[in-house]
Design a protein around this ligand. Structure first.
Ligand code: SDX
Length: 460
């Protein structure tokens, strides 16, 4: 497209490698029965610092054991800050409440990826480059047509995203800055197109092509909900509410799927492969899959005819398979600020869309009971981002199976920002944890089996 401004030289992040720790910092002393070791203390700009234990095994012959990395910082990062006790979330220092209210999805994507808010010219060029790449290779659509119609949308997304590597071989070198830029634009521009195409395929409707004159979110809504037989009018409240939800999901520091993207990126696998890994990690019900599970939970409560209190009692009794989905968080030991923002808008969005849904009332009753119950209070369990989003997505017209796909669409810029921060850091090592071995000691193959179980040969 000739009127697309020439590519703005996107500022690559001045990723400072993990700071070399000076010798004169305070030390932590580890007393062992047979040894003593000292480790420098590393301070954060904000939030908890760390004990830098890179020399632990060398000094003590031991590793640390920290299942789930509850106490382990795997990296330093300057992208997102969370204070789980105060319920604070900031992208590059900007509070989520301000970005969700005043910014837009692509501007926040630029902020996360490049570290600063874009100038007007930078934003225009970025927006134009994304619009220029909305269209996917026809081969991607052909792949989608081969899928079963009832495939889970997250499975369809992971598969279709993978094909971007097949049709865009020039964006796969993680060490070529231009290819990293091209991969960034291609993924951001084409994920909505892929998502809408998989949805149209699932309902047996013709695919709706992207329109470059439409903004990012409007283009996505048009591909999702317009059809070949009628004009589709994009409701501003729908577009604005979806944009706000996508911003709320754009990053969340070292969560499980972002850590997966970083892990895969640390092998110098390409950005597409790393993002596909993030999508698969996100699909789990303990993580991004929770928004879909919350709606199922609310519908089960409604159809059971039992009281909400009796459901809460079943959760507290730890009945098999009975979980309070959308509650609890590894970091937030207070109300998830995103959940607060989603809840605040839920009633307005449903009212503006003219949707009545008693599931929202059930969710409100469930929250009120849980927040007043000692079982949840002592475990510091609060609603997380997934608790209310499903009710809104449902009111917007998205099928339940797509809720986690919408989470992935929102999270994509954060995944890319973390991948770039890691790959561009020359000190990054391949992420390869140690273990504490608890298996058998050395033993020999039983003599009585020798000669009896030869390596199986194929029989013609
Ligand atoms: C996301 O990390 C991120 O940032 C993720 C995310 C992001 O933006 O990327 O914020 C998105 O994944 C949000 C979380 C969505 N998942 C759910 O809503 C699923 C339900 N929540 C739980 O599975 C759980 O709370 C986790 C997985 C979210 C967090 O688990 P942790 O930190 O490992 O905590 P835990 O399992 O050790 O639980 C501590 C205690 C336990 O009780 P005790 O054994 O100590 O008596 O709290 C209990 C748990 O049984 N508990 C719950 C509970 N979550 C934890 N009890 C009832 N209902 C729950 N939901």
């Amino acid at each position: 497209m000739s009127d697309v401004p020439e590519q703005t030289r996107f500022p690559t992040l001045d990723t400072t490698p993990i700071p070399v720790i000076p010798d004169n910092v305070p030390k932590a002393v580890l007393e062992l029965p047979d040894n003593q070791a000292e480790f420098p203390l590393v301070e954060a700009v904000e939030g908890p610092g760390a004990i830098a234990i890179a020399s632990l095994n060398k000094q003590t012959g031991r590793n640390i054991l920290d299942p789930g990395f509850v106490n382990t910082a795997a990296t330093s990062s300057s992208i997102t800050f969370i204070d789980g006790v105060k319920g604070v979330l900031r992208y590059r220092g900007y509070p989520i409440e301000q970005l969700a209210t005043s910014s837009n999805f692509l501007e926040v994507a630029w902020l996360l990826i490049y570290g600063e808010l874009p100038t007007e010219r930078e934003f225009e060029a970025f927006d134009q480059r994304v619009r220029a790449k909305y269209l996917v290779h026809e081969g991607v659509l052909t792949y989608i047509q081969t899928l079963p119609r009832d495939v889970h949308p997250m499975v369809a997304l992971a598969g279709a995203l993978s094909t971007l590597a097949a049709y865009n071989p020039h964006i796969l070198n993680p060490l070529d800055p231009q290819q990293v830029e091209d991969a960034t634009i291609t993924l951001i521009a084409q994920m909505p197109t892929i998502i809408a195409a998989t949805y149209k395929h699932s309902i047996g409707q013709a695919f709706i092509y992207p329109l470059r004159e439409l903004s990012y979110v409007d283009n996505f809504l048009n591909m999702m909900f317009s059809d070949k037989a009628s004009e589709y009018t994009i409701e501003p409240v729908l577009s604005k509410s979806l944009e706000r939800l996508l911003i709320l999901h754009e990053d969340h520091e070292q969560n499980a799927s972002t850590s997966t993207v970083r892990n895969v990126g640390s092998t110098h696998a390409d950005m597409v492969a790393s993002i596909v890994a993030g999508v698969t990690a996100l699909s789990g019900p303990r993580h991004g899959g929770a928004n879909e599970a919350v709606l199922a939970m609310l519908e089960d409560i409604r159809s059971s005819g039992d009281s909400v209190q009796s459901f809460v009692n079943r959760v507290k009794n730890r009945e098999e398979g009975v979980n309070l989905m959308g509650f609890g968080h590894r970091v937030y030991k207070n109300y998830d600020p995103r959940a607060r923002l989603v809840k605040e808008s839920a009633h307005d969005v449903l009212e503006a869309l003219g949707v009545q849904d008693d599931l929202l009332d059930i969710a409100g009753e469930l929250e009120a009971i849980a927040l007043a119950d000692e079982y949840f209070i002592e475990r510091r369990l609060y609603p997380n981002v997934d608790f209310y989003t499903g009710v809104i997505y449902k009111a917007m017209g998205f099928p339940t199976g797509m809720f986690t796909v919408l989470f992935a669409l929102g999270r994509l810029p954060g995944w890319i920002a973390h991948w770039r921060e890691l790959v561009q850091d020359p000190t990054t090592k391949i992420l390869r944890p140690q273990q504490v071995y608890t298996g058998s000691l050395e033993r020999d193959y039983p003599a009585k089996f020798v000669g009896i179980r030869p390596i199986r040969r194929s029989r013609r």
